[in-house]
Structure formats: C-alpha cells, structure tokens
Design a protein around this ligand. Structure first.
Ligand SMILES: Cc1cc2nc3c(=O)[nH]c(=O)nc-3n(C[C@H](O)[C@H](O)[C@H](O)COP(=O)(O)OP(=O)(O)OC[C@H]3O[C@@H](n4cnc5c(N)ncnc54)[C@H](O)[C@@H]3O)c2cc1C
Length: 508
C-alpha cells in the first residue's frame, strides 16, 4: 500500500487531520478496531474555547497555566487558546451540533479549573457528536480510505543520520497479515494510555501504541510522568470504566465520604469540588486509604430529576440502568487513570523529532498541558494541532515528494504459529496494570518506582521473546506497547524528584 498521508487512529485528531490533508493528496487512515472505538467517542464534558463576550484569551491562558503547575509552554498555550474559537467554528460548520441557548448562542458549561463558562458541549454526549460528524465527512471524502481492524505494528524508517526519516508503518490487517504501508508523511493519532493502569476511564484501545511505536524508532517523548487520574469514575461491579464527568461537579455536585462528611474541607477548603482534578483525585485517594473505604459519594440530588435527565442523559441513564437513581441517591465514585499529559514530543506543527513523523491528539506532548491538563483542553488541542500540521504539510509539500522511494525490508516476523496459551499474555496484562496502579499511581515514592521498574523489565524481556517467537496478534502487540509506556512513565517519574503537577512523590 502506498499513500501520501498515512494517519494512524480515527479519533478527533486523526479524522480532523485526514479531512484537512485530503485536499493535498491521498489519505489512508488505519484504525485498530471499529472507527468509533475511540476516547473521542466517550468524551462527555466538551471542548474549551473562548466563546463568550465576558471571557478572554488571557483568562483561558491563565487558567491553563495555573492547572499546568508552571510547566506549560506559554507560547503553545497562547497558540492553542487563540486558535480555539476558529477551530470550534470549523467543527460547527462540519455539522457538530453543540447545544445552543434560546437566543442562538452556544450554551457554555463550566468545569473544574476554569474561571469562566467556556465549554461547548452536546450535553454529556459531546465526543459522540463530534465523532459522528467527523466520520460522516470522512466517509464522503473520496481522497480518504479508512481501514478498520488494521493495527500499526511498528514504524518504518529509512536513511541514516540527518537523512533518517519515517516512511510509513507495518500494519497488521484483519486477516492476521502484516503489510508495508509506505507514505510521504505518517501521523500518529493513537490516543492515550489509560489501559496501562488497572482502573481507567479509557476505552480498550488506549494502550499508548503511538508513544511506544515512536519511542521504538528513537523519537523523543516528554512529560510521561504526568498521568491524570480522573477523580470520579462510577464505582459499580457491572460498570467498566464509566466516567462521571467533571461537569457534574461544575453543576454543583458535592463530594461526601460514607459518613456524609464533606472531606474536601480537609484538603481543598477554598475551591472544594471545583479544585483541579488532580487535587480532588488525591484527596479521594488519601481519604479512601485512610478509612479503608471502597469509594466516596458524589451528590447532585438537589438539582432534581428533570434537570439531570436533560443535562446528563448518558450519566443519568447509565446509573439508572445499574439501579442508581442519581436524583434520589448519591453516586459511588473512585478515581481512575484518565489522561496522558505527556507523550511524543512535538513542535507547534505537530512534528516529532523524527523527520516525516507527526503526532497529534492525546499521544502527543505539545507543551499545552505542562504538569496537568485543564479539563476540556484536550479536544481543543487535537483540532488546533490537526490544523497546524495540515498548514505545515501544505506549505512544505515539495519536501515530501519522492522521499519514500528507498527500499523497505519486509516485516521481520516469520513465525506462523499463534501462541497456544493466551493466558501467558493475559496474565502479564493483569500484572503490569496492577504494578502500575499500586506502585506508580496517584501517590508515588522512589522505592516503589524502583521496584516497579525491576518487575516491568523482567516482564518486558519475556514479552519481547513472545513477539519474536510467535505469530503476532493485537493482544500481544498491545501488551508490548503498554510495557514500553509503563517503563517510560516509571523512568520519567524517577527523574522528577520533586512533586509537581500530577506527579506526586512522597519522598521529595
Ligand atoms: C471518558 C472520557 C471522557 C473525556 N471527556 C473529555 C472532555 O469532555 N473534553 C476533553 O477535551 N477531553 C475529554 N477526554 C479526553 C479526550 O476524549 C481525548 O484526549 C481525545 O478524544 C483523544 O483524541 P485522539 O484522537 O488523540 O485519540 P482517540 O480518540 O482515543 O483515538 C485514538 C485512535 O487511535 C487508534 N489506534 C490506537 N492505536 C492504534 C494502532 N496501533 N493502530 C491503529 N490504530 C490505533 C484507536 O483505535 C482510535 O481510533 C475524555 C476522555 C475519556 C476517556
């Protein structure tokens, strides 16, 4: 397969970029499951941008910088914030139906860490609505081929030294065969890595593949120690990864312990429920560890059924289906790994440190989030950088031509035999995710980090042999990727000796 633009991933980053560069050439989007199996599709709260008269770029910049704990790249923050309104307008033009007030203005929500109402939303189905509109446009575009159940295995480079560049990827198709996808540019849009942790709000695809693939060809990563834990995931034995959006606290929900006490008074007496999510998550984690409780409770009963059903249809419906009427009882919640602030290091055009390789969306580390992401800035980041990467490709089209003609070796995997005991893979999945949760979680210390590293390296050796000795499968490849990402998180955490942003270390 040969194309101008190879895009890996079909979330907001991949599809937005694909739609734009389709005006410059042929685009192939590969996505490892169904096209809507993305974190984008699950996003509830919305997309942040300066959209109201009483808001300002300065306020949005200040809120982002404050959340980022002094580690944001201010130039990038200004770039993203000032481009926000135009990119949101583009989504609307594409057919995204954000909720409007009676007067026709967008209905804007407020979330933790934001000083103003600036979140455009489609109730609590914002991501689904965005994904729907993007998929509809992509499907109608003759220059884009979207291949489901096609998983990028590894990136391909050619040349050495200054001439080294990414020229495509090896892709595992739905028949179990690996082919070379040669391209003039390759763009990783593979989303986050929540599945590295035992508890996560992320969909199953979130195994950090883009970060692992880029790392394996020597691309720089950054900020990997900054894993955001969402404070409020539904705690219920039948609910896998169901998030109770930040917007619920934004609308006035209160947090209580099992005794009915607002324990945040001990941790965040000023901002209470509207403190940034890392602070709320840490307070919950600490309270649960102190009391031995399995969960805490989020109470929004005072808003009444009519409001809750309309404002939070998904949350209301999901909880009700599990026997929890949120207009009558508080919601049991726990924290869970939610967002990877770090990732593949990119510049203002989404370019990585490897020529020909771009990275957009959650798998990238642009400098916007610094030590902690402000709620609803991630969908914004994805569309802003999809646009700036497109602008770069448009300006530099001549540079991309005919550079991918060097010869490429076939994928080295030779064995035709699938592993006969899947338990060997699944057992390792479980161990890695538990190690990360227990040793590299919300609160860390150096000795646990060292132990985690030792264990992860042992498993990594075993899994590398598996990949070399057996026919590869998506499950095995994801296992290899979560190992690479786990190690990057551990090593970055070990290097940051002080607590900063999301990285909280006891022996600093
Ligand atoms: C429950 C939840 C709620 C959220 N709410 C909000 C919110 O309200 N506002 C906000 O701004 N952010 C929110 N976020 C974060 C936001 O949704 C994500 O950061 C964003 O959608 C990421 O978009 P993306 O395009 O980078 O990745 P994704 O949307 O996750 O897409 C990744 C794509 O890459 C594909 N892929 C991965 N690996 C491979 C591979 N090896 N080969 C081929 N394809 C691959 C996947 O199959 C998928 O198609 C939320 C996240 C979650 C989980």
């Amino acid at each position: 397969m040969k194309t101008d633009f190879l895009v890996i991933g079909s979330g907001i980053a991949g599809l937005s970029f694909a739609l734009k560069v389709a005006s410059l050439g042929k685009v192939v989007v590969v996505t490892k499951k169904k096209k809507v199996d993305t974190a984008t599709n699950l996003a509830q709260g919305g997309i942040a941008a300066v959209l109201a008269g009483d808001d300002s770029f300065e306020k949005h910049v200040a809120d982002t910088l404050e959340a980022g704990a002094g580690l944001c790249d201010e130039e990038i923050v200004r770039f993203v914030v000032t481009n926000g309104p135009e990119r949101v307008a583009e989504l609307i033009a594409l057919g995204v139906n954000f909720v409007k007030e009676k007067d026709g203005h967008l209905s804007l929500a407020k979330e933790g860490g934001h000083s103003m109402r600036r979140i455009a939303h489609a109730y609590d189905l914002t991501g689904k609505e965005i994904e729907r509109a993007l998929v509809a446009s992509v499907t109608q575009n003759d220059n884009i081929t979207l291949l489901e159940n096609h998983m990028a295995v590894d990136l391909i480079t050619s040349g050495v030294g200054e001439a080294r560049r990414c020229v495509g990827a090896y892709v595992l198709d739905d028949q179990g065969d690996v082919s070379i996808y040669r391209s003039k540019t390759t763009t990783l849009c593979t989303g986050g890595a929540g599945k590295v942790y035992l508890y996560s709000s992320n969909p199953d695809i979130a195994t950090g593949d883009g970060v692992a693939l880029a790392h394996r060809i020597g691309a720089e990563t950054s900020g990997m120690e900054f894993v955001q834990f969402h404070p409020t995931c539904l705690y219920h034995h039948q609910a896998k990864n169901f998030l109770i959006s930040e917007a619920v606290r934004g609308e006035g929900a209160l947090l209580f312990d099992g005794e009915g006490r607002r324990f945040l008074e001990d941790y965040e007496p000023e901002k209470m429920e509207l403190a940034t999510r890392d602070k709320v998550a840490r307070a919950i984690d600490s309270e649960m560890k102190k009391t031995g409780a399995d969960c805490v409770y989020l109470d929004i009963r005072h808003k009444g059924r009519e409001f809750l059903e309309k404002r939070f249809p998904t949350i209301f419906g999901k909880c009700l289906s599990l026997g929890i009427d949120i207009s009558k009882e508080p919601i049991p919640v726990v924290p869970a790994a939610h967002y990877l602030c770090g990732g593949v290091k990119t510049d203002i055009h989404g370019r990585t440190t490897i020529e020909g390789l771009f990275c957009l969306g959650e798998s990238a580390c642009t400098g916007l989030h610094g030590g902690n992401r402000l709620a609803s800035n991630s969908l914004l980041e994805a569309v802003v950088f999809a646009h700036s990467a497109y602008e770069y490709c448009k300006e530099n089209r001549a540079d991309f031509s005919e550079k991918s003609e060097d010869s490429i070796v076939e994928y080295h995997g030779v064995n035709n035999q699938y592993i006969d005991e899947e338990i060997l893979i699944n057992h390792n999945w479980d161990i890695i995710r538990r190690i990360m949760w227990n040793y590299v979680g919300i609160v860390r210390n150096q000795s646990r980090l060292a132990l985690a590293k030792q264990r992860i390296i042992e498993i990594k050796d075993e899994v590398e042999s598996m990949v070399a000795d057996y026919k590869i499968s998506p499950n095995m490849l994801e296992l290899r990727n979560i190992l690479d990402v786990a190690l990057l998180v551990i090593e970055a955490s070990q290097k940051r000796k002080k607590s900063q942003g999301l990285h909280f270390i006891l022996d600093d």
